[in-house]
Design a protein around this ligand. Structure first.
Ligand SMILES: [Zn+2]
Length: 319
């Protein structure tokens, strides 16, 4: 081994303590595409809603919509804004069902193949893309990305509906707060949701680490590994669940079944089905281990929660 390669290997080991560099590299390719896709969906939705408002205004004797929307003391103002925000979000949701622009799809596909291969390399063998499962896997992983984003969107819509409901039911309190000049908590939350950067990053993180784990598991199985293990860097960012799951055995049969369930769920077109098959749970401190066991039996392979750094290995890790 040359000095350069030794240094490179040492550096990789050090980096390994943190996030997986290969996964982070793939995320950097996909993230801007998803962001652009989202920004375009929002822009189109705003224009569409504005168009609808203008057509509404045309039918009114005066510029009433604007007047009501701007008038804080008007009793109908919050209801009108709630209706506008919800219709805006519904249009965004519809626009995002359109896949990422086809010209960019090749980049996403490259990132997926890279993730699967790098996952394979991480267990010492290379994921065979020529195998039957390999041929359908990149497609499923691509569907997974869309479903993950859409699943998050469904959750955000529920949040938006709750916020809007509160805006309407808590009108008197809100009005008092607005008058006193305090920051408006509900408006801030709405703005955050419509910006979407945080939850898109979380969705992509989970998607990318899942692709890496799939590559690792399939590669290990293909290479004839008898047993798989869960490994976690175990540092101050490790969750109680991942501290518990570190070193646990994954039976090859269980891994295969989970991968098959995943392939079916990813092609189902339903974000909910995918989340049921591979749920992400962040357990609060003090959760009984029985709950950990159930979650491990359902998910089998990492990631197990948002921002999870647990990985599949073929040798038992140091406990
Ligand atoms: Zn974890």
């Amino acid at each position: 081994m040359t000095l350069y390669r030794a240094a490179h290997a040492a550096l990789k080991l050090l980096l390994w303590k943190e996030d997986v560099p290969d996964v982070e590299a793939a995320k950097r390719i996909v993230e801007p595409l998803v962001r652009r896709h989202w920004d375009l969906a929002v822009k189109t939705a705003v224009l569409e809603v504005l168009g609808r408002l203008e057509r509404m205004e045309d039918r009114l004797p005066t510029n009433e919509v604007d007047a009501v929307a701007l008038q804080r003391s008007d009793p109908d103002r919050d209801d009108l804004i709630a209706a506008l925000v919800l219709s805006l979000f519904l249009v965004i949701e519809r626009n995002l069902k359109v896949p990422i622009p086809f010209r960019k799809a090749a980049l996403v596909r490259d990132a997926i193949n890279g993730l699967l291969l790098d996952g394979g390399k991480s267990v010492g063998s290379i994921f065979p893309l020529s195998s039957t499962r390999g041929v359908q896997l990149p497609g499923a992983v691509e569907d997974d990305l869309h479903l993950m984003l859409h699943g998050r969107l469904i959750t955000r819509r529920r949040e938006i509906e709750n916020i809007l409901r509160r805006m309407i039911t808590e009108k008197p309190q809100r009005r008092a707060a607005l008058k006193s000049g305090e920051p408006d908590e509900l408006t801030t939350k709405l703005t955050e949701i419509l910006d979407g950067r945080k939850w898109q990053s979380a969705a992509m993180d989970q998607w990318a680490y899942r692709a890496f784990a799939l590559g690792a598991a399939l590669s290990a199985i293909e290479a004839g590994a008898g047993t798989l293990y869960v490994w976690n860097p175990r540092d101050d960012r490790t969750t109680p669940f991942c501290r518990w799951v570190h070193g646990r055995v994954i039976a090859v049969g269980d891994a295969k079944r989970q991968i098959d369930r995943y392939l079916v769920a990813a092609s189902s077109g339903s974000a909910q089905t995918l989340m049921d098959v591979w749920p992400l749970v962040s357990f609060p401190n003090g959760t009984p281990e029985a709950k950990f066991g159930t979650h491990f039996r359902i998910t089998v392979l990492p990631p197990y929660h948002n921002g999870c750094r647990s990985l599949v290995k073929t040798t038992p890790p140091v406990l």
